[in-house]
Design a protein around this ligand. Structure first.
Ligand SMILES: [Zn+2]
Length: 120
């Protein structure tokens, strides 16, 4: 089962594809954090959120729309802070880093399925 230590591996591999001229070191660090971010839904266990619900574990935060939103929002913030940043590269990288989490979870035989298309 992937862990907080293994989820960043695909983010680092994807960053290597983009190269240092297209992604800054800080962008790669953010990508690593994005690869772990979907498991923030584990907080739902403490809050009593149903496991199989959209806000439960492997629900909305593991979906493609969530990953897209993460990529667009963070890349937009980065562009405002540094107009020289490669917006489309950063947006695509953060999307792929975030969505890799759900894909890796889906490749395991533990836990429930992944709601890739939540909330639709
Ligand atoms: Zn997960």
């Amino acid at each position: 089962m992937p862990s907080a230590l293994s989820h960043p591996a695909p983010a680092l591999a994807i960053a290597a594809y983009f190269g240092r001229d297209r992604l800054s070191r800080s962008a790669v660090v953010v990508g690593v954090l994005c690869s772990i971010l979907p498991d923030v839904d584990l907080v739902g266990f403490k809050l009593g959120i149903a496991h199989g619900g959209m806000l439960g574990h492997r629900g909305l935060t593991h979906s493609l729309p969530f990953a897209l939103a993460v990529g667009v929002v963070i890349a937009t913030i980065a562009r405002r802070r540094d107009p020289r940043s490669h917006y489309s590269d950063l947006c695509l990288y953060l999307f792929l880093a975030t969505v890799s989490h759900g894909i890796f979870d889906a490749l395991t035989n533990g836990g429930s399925g992944i709601a890739f298309f939540a909330p639709f």
